[in-house]
Design a protein around this ligand. Structure first.
Ligand SMILES: *Cc1c(COP(=O)(O)O)cnc(C)c1O
Length: 481
């Protein structure tokens, strides 16, 4: 298996080469040269593997179709080390549960639980594997990597819990001082591992991102201190997410001729892009439903063909904050497939047109219709009022609390569910992470998993710094020797 860039660079790379890289050299994103196709016999085999050996074995089978530069026994061991009941809370890892909803008579809506990992958001599903892959590959190369990033919550904590104590890796994570929820702050700052560095910047999230950009643009510094990232464009993260589409499918169906649909709370288009990859491999998915919040860049595209990135002034701060994006960093991968993998055209749209005008319009292009007819995409949006109502209705009918992002997925999914096609809504976080909105909706605090009892009182390790690029660089340099 070789990987190519969506913008047509001539290089073809193997999995472990792109594992530690971000963008391709031409600014494009990596994708496999072709998606491995799953035959009917293979699909039956994978169902059998999940049923008899469990999620880690399924993960190994799916990953091995894309990774041929890690010996099979090592890859299997990495999957087994990652997807354990101890880390993810249940033997099924991603159990599904049927919900009572107002969907059409005979239509069944399931919640697929992806949020029982160490930081209670679905990002653990990929990040935990990434931590083990990084440690494996860095050890093999006798190399080091210093991960530097900015977070407003979920990504930073998922990265830190994945990388804590790992050999060859350090994490330097900036966050806006005092802006994350108390629970999120406690989650991150209570990590005392020597290789984890929390830097609270006296500013807002954009200030943190500006510092990360400034450091990334200093190529000399980046090279000298081996700076890398773990953002959602990383192909290994996307690949890890493909697995739970298979696991959800097998749990919701009895045989491999049935179809299912997935509804995916979307921000940077990483999660639903993994669904697209699973569908391209031949997993019988009818629809992939992109659910957005008030930041509806993606819903607008799937409705009209216009992709219009927003400025920071038009990006709303919502009660599903992990979906508050101005542009969707993985979206280029889907557009590449939609345009029949015409890399020159993708480069023109994403490099030239987006930079010059902030938008492009495929609405008049005959290929645009394929998003729905050939690739199965539908979309919808949800607002704060929808979110509160969905949380209330689901709680009243099922006695289950869903988080605000998952509520957006449910809001969009329920009217689209139809008899005979199970609708799986991906649960992307647990409600305790976004307690304020749950209290607003239900008048009570969400349940807290036992392992997080009292974390706010634990000792904290965080360095508060002014928004100075030089100060942050000096801190990194000092701790990399
Ligand atoms: C990251 C995140 C999302 C958005 O996922 P994308 O892969 O960026 O589309 C949705 N919900 C939660 C809780 C998240 O943390």
């Amino acid at each position: 298996m070789r990987y190519l860039s969506t913008r047509g660079h001539a290089d073809r790379k193997r999995f472990c080469e792109i594992l530690l890289e971000g963008l391709a050299p031409d600014g494009g994103l990596y994708l496999p040269e072709a998606y491995p196709q799953i035959s009917a016999a293979q699909l039956g085999h994978l169902r059998q593997v999940l049923n008899t050996q469990g999620y880690a074995a399924l993960a190994y089978e799916v990953l091995s179709l894309y990774i041929d530069d890690i010996p099979a026994k090592d890859l299997r061991a990495l999957c087994e080390k990652t997807y354990t009941e101890a880390s993810f809370g249940t033997p099924e890892i991603v159990p599904i549960k049927a919900l009572k909803t107002k969907a059409a008579l005979g239509a069944v809506v399931y919640l697929e639980a992806l949020s029982n990992g160490p930081t209670l958001a679905f990002k653990d599903m990929a990040m935990q594997l990434l931590g083990n892959l990084f440690e494996y590959e860095l050890t093999r190369r006798n190399a080091e990597l210093n991960i530097f990033g900015a977070t407003s919550g979920d990504t930073g904590s998922a990265a830190e819990y994945a990388m804590r104590g790992k050999k060859g890796v350090r994490v330097f994570m900036t966050s806006p001082e005092g802006r994350m929820s108390p629970f999120q702050q406690a989650q991150m700052f209570s990590l005392l591992d020597a290789n984890i560095h929390n830097i609270a910047i006296q500013g807002v999230f954009d200030d943190c991102q500006d510092i990360v950009k400034a450091v990334s643009n200093d190529l000399e510094f980046k090279r000298k201190y081996k700076i890398g990232t773990v953002n959602s464009i990383n192909w290994a993260r996307l690949l890890a997410q493909v697995v739970y589409y298979f696991a959800g499918y097998f749990q919701a169906t009895q045989n491999d001729t049935q179809k299912v649909s997935f509804s995916v709370p979307s921000g940077n288009f990483g999660n639903v892009c993994a669904g697209h990859v699973a569908r391209m491999m031949g997993l019988p998915i009818e629809h992939l439903i992109v659910a957005t919040n008030e930041n509806d860049v993606l819903d607008e595209f799937f409705r009209t063909g216009v992709y219009r990135v927003r400025g920071s002034a038009d990006t709303h701060e919502t009660s599903s904050p992990s979906m508050d994006i101005s542009k969707a960093s993985n979206f280029e991968r889907f557009v590449f497939d939609l345009l029949n993998r015409d890399a020159a055209r993708v480069k023109h749209l994403f490099h030239d047109q987006l930079n010059q005008t902030g938008q492009f319009d495929l609405g008049q292009d005959p290929l645009f219709a394929k998003a729905k007819t050939q690739f199965g995409f539908l979309s919808g949006k949800s607002t704060h009022a929808d979110r509160l109502q969905t949380i209330q209705t689901i709680y009243a009918d099922n006695h289950i609390m869903v988080d605000t992002h998952t509520a957006d997925g449910l809001k969009v999914a329920v009217p689209l569910a139809k008899p005979g096609v199970p609708m799986l809504v991906l649960e992307t976080a647990l409600p305790i992470k976004f307690a304020a909105t749950l209290v607003e909706a239900l008048g009570r605090e969400p349940d807290r998993p036992a392992k997080f009892e009292g974390i706010e009182a634990l000792p904290k390790r965080v360095l508060v710094m002014s928004k100075s690029v030089d100060a942050v660089k000096a801190y990194i340099a000092k701790h990399c020797d």
